[in-house]
Design a binder for this molecule. Structure first.
Ligand SMILES: Cc1cc2nc3c(=O)[nH]c(=O)nc-3n(C[C@H](O)[C@H](O)[C@H](O)COP(=O)(O)O)c2cc1C
Length: 385
């Protein structure tokens, strides 16, 4: 990760975007988690130039949120000590809902032109969702993100990924929310499913404006070979947690590519906010090439700090400048057309080989085609690349 002086703004490149009517100065959003856990840190993110912030998830009754410690474990490279994977067993925000309401108002008073997206979660109750949506949007937040994806702790209370793993339930709850919502709504999906598009389709069918993907991947960081106990160990015991950071990026990119294709073909007016292992402008470019409108970063900020935004912007601008792209929309979803089935790859390769052989004069298609006077050229045509 570079942390040096960022490039100055490159002429002709414009990082600003409009998504679901929200105007962002750049596509980099702080993902829901510790870097967006109260008004002070959210203000810090806006001051540093982040495009938007998704707040740490809030619910109506904070008394049900009981965090433990330690709750993080990190995977490091053996040679450099660099962190590339992060497991957490942290729950959603343990702050009172009234404190969040106060924070949302303060932030919108101070940063009226910046985009604040409130992340909310509730149980399977029409009334609870109506209350949390109503009270949250009254504060003036710009959009809502529905957390259907927290993988630990909350599913035991039928919240979080317990809903995200059940498309029928998800569609019903999103339908409730969309009846009350007056701002754009993104449904945040869990990767802990076989087919992420089933959940995404359910949320979009219910009328959500967009999807956020992915939350963390269920994981066990390791077993301590001295104590024989799993980590992170709380009083000697552990539970599977959520894995994030650079290590999850290929899995996240695959799932976002699948959602990008689904949105492009079935819901072309809806949006995609991608996250999962993004730490550089080049990472973000890849997700945008797979259909993302915006990119969120959570673990990357926990590792590199809020100033990461300078590198992210400079690297994305450099990518755009290299290709002559002047806006994000010019390259969004451009790589989706190059994903296909394995059977199609076989057909394409067979066709390409046939065309190649046909184009080589005196190519060897059968043993009777060998000629002594062009033996060397003919053998060359049979070499692999
Ligand atoms: C410590 C920690 C706490 C998190 N808390 C929340 C949360 O409250 N709500 C939520 O929707 N996602 C939460 N997440 C998930 C992140 O927003 C994000 O979906 C995930 O970590 C993948 O992105 P990343 O690799 O950029 O972190 C949390 C992640 C971490 C690491």
């Amino acid at each position: 990760m570079t942390t040096g002086t960022p490039l100055s703004h490159l002429p002709g490149t414009d990082l600003s975007i409009t998504v679901d009517g929200l105007k962002l100065p750049n596509p980099f959003i702080i993902g829901s988690g510790p870097p967006s856990t109260n008004a002070n840190v959210i203000a810090r993110a806006f001051d540093e130039g982040w495009g938007a912030v998704v707040s740490k998830t809030a619910c109506l009754d904070h008394a049900r949120i009981r965090n433990v410690s330690p709750r993080y474990a990190r995977m490091r490279a053996a040679s450099t000590g660099e962190i590339f994977g992060w497991e957490n067993i942290e729950l959603i925000s343990d702050r009172p809902f009234a404190a969040w309401i106060d924070d949302f108002r303060r932030i919108k008073d101070r940063y009226p032109d910046r985009v604040l997206i409130a992340s909310i979660m509730e149980e399977y109750s029409r009334d609870a969702w109506a209350e949390i949506v109503g009270r949250t949007q009254e504060t003036g937040v710009d959009a809502l993100e529905l957390n259907f994806s927290c993988p630990h702790g909350l599913p035991e209370q039928n919240m979080g990924s317990a809903m995200g793993q059940n498309p029928q339930l998800l569609e019903e709850v999103c339908g409730w929310v969309m009846k009350d919502a007056r701002v754009p709504v993104w449904a945040k999906l869990t990767p802990n499913v076989t087919d992420i598009c089933a959940a995404g389709r359910a949320a979009l069918r219910a009328g959500c404006s967009g999807l956020s993907s992915i939350n963390t991947i269920l994981s066990v960081m390791g077993i301590n070979l001295e104590t024989l106990r799993p980590e992170p160990a709380v009083e000697g015991y552990s539970t599977p947690g959520g894995y994030s950071g650079r290590a999850v990026r290929p899995i996240s990119l695959r799932m976002n590519m699948e959602l990008g294709k689904m949105i492009a073909t079935e819901f072309p007016d809806r949006s995609l906010s991608s996250l999962g292992g993004i730490e550089s402008g080049d990472d973000a470019a890849q997700f945008i090439l797979c259909g993302a409108n915006t990119t969120q970063i959570c673990t990357g900020v926990m590792i590199h700090g809020y100033r990461l935004i300078r590198d992210l912007k400079a690297q994305l601008e450099a990518f755009m400048f290299r290709h002559g792209f002047v806006s994000i929309d010019q390259f969004r979803a451009k790589s989706l057309a190059y994903f296909t089935t394995h059977a199609d790859l076989v057909n394409r390769q067979t066709d390409a080989r046939r065309a190649e052989i046909a184009s080589v004069p005196r190519a060897v298609k059968a043993d009777t085609d060998w000629h002594g006077d062009s033996f060397v050229a003919q053998s060359g045509s049979l070499l692999s690349r």
